[in-house]
Design a protein around this ligand. Sequence first.
Ligand SMILES: *[C@@H]1O[C@H](CO)[C@@H](O)[C@H](O)[C@H]1NC(C)=O
Ligand SMILES: *[C@@H]1O[C@H](CO)[C@@H](O)[C@H](O)[C@H]1NC(C)=O
Length: 426
Amino acid sequence: MATIPSSSSFLLFLTIAILINFFLHTHSTTHWQDVQVLKQLKSTINPSLIPQSSCIDSWDFSLDPCDNIFKDKFTCGFRCDVVVDSLSRVTELALDSPGYSGSLSSVSFNLPYLQNLDLSNNNFTGSLPGSLSLLIRLNRLGFSRNSLSGPVPDSVGSLLTLQELYLDNNMLTGEIPLSFNGLKNLKRLEIQGNGFGGGFPELTQLGNLNFLDASDNGFSGGLPENLPPSLIELVMRNNQLEGNIPVGVLGLSSLQVVDLSHNKLNGSVPAGLFAHPSLEQLTLSYNQFGWVQVPADSGLSSQLISVDLSNNEIRGFLPGFMGLMPRLSALALENNKFSGLIPTQYIVKVSDSGTGMGMAQFERLLLGGNYLYGPIPGQFLDLKPDSITVRLGDNCLYRCPLRLFFCEGGVQKSLMECRAFGPIIP
Ligand SMILES: *[C@@H]1O[C@H](CO)[C@@H](O)[C@H](O)[C@H]1NC(C)=O
Ligand SMILES: *[C@@H]1O[C@H](CO)[C@@H](O)[C@H](O)[C@H]1NC(C)=O
């Protein structure tokens, strides 16, 4: 009699052991720490701004997140990977964007396996939490288009594995910390559309940075003498930058796009930009540049496709060498103080005759708002408005009747105004 209960309890034990084993091998449980962070994130979001059937709405913590992901509960918003045995870690946290609102400043981002954090296009507020530095495996951080404010904590610079950082279009302020030099693997940095100010730091340690957009902020002082040497796109439109373009910029040998428009840069546009081995797009409009330097090889080696120097204070004759740049098809020199005749090199490049030797034709040639004089070149009279955009309005040209499409955009200046600018204007 006594042996029966003992053997049945042994059987019961065996059954439970098998069941537990079964459970462990078909189910993955989320590491408790990661559950805490998900719960914390959900609880910080204003419940009235969690629409039905949004990701966050489906997060039901009576169940295990990773074990129920993509089912009725936890329908979206994150990804898990089994790390050891059947223990799951959150490796991606990428929310939908129905306009979640709530402060991120008290969320503790203790997710050591997270590779991608994307909360873009919502209305998250508060300052960036220092706990972001706990994301030791993070590749991509996307906080674009929210309402985050305050300064960027120094600790963000400790994210050694980070490759892409998007803080654009928030209300962040203060300076970019020098600690950013610690982001050794960063390839893309987007901080445009914030209230950042002060001098832009020398980020020379970012040996992998290809893309920098710091537009629409309040950065002041000069451009840094030294920029990340791997830069392909340098975009710092609409800031308060002043002074000259430093020599260091010309040494960035991989550059393809430079946009420094809407600043207060002055001095001359350096020749090195027109002899650069890879630069394709140069936009320096709305600055205070006074001169254009002529490169030693007259631009023959230039890779530039588009040059925009409009709305500066550039004097002298039009830079004829730009008509020799083999790939250039868009040239904007409007609203400067250029004088003289329209150069032959430009005339050749607007007409088919110049395209024989692999030379690109102009598709856009904007010269309005200067003090150009002389007659309209005869070749221009054959141009068709649907094949090219040319603007010659508001100059000192000898007759530019508005019925010619390229004369539109402002009648020619009065003889008095033209003579007052340059007595030699005929
Ligand atoms: C953020 O909130 C503002 C008003 O507070 C609203 O107009 C806007 O649409 C919201 N943005 C998103 C992405 O939901
Ligand atoms: C350029 O601007 C700087 C600072 O704004 C000023 O000190 C300098 O005189 C200016 N140079 C020229 C050539 O206008």
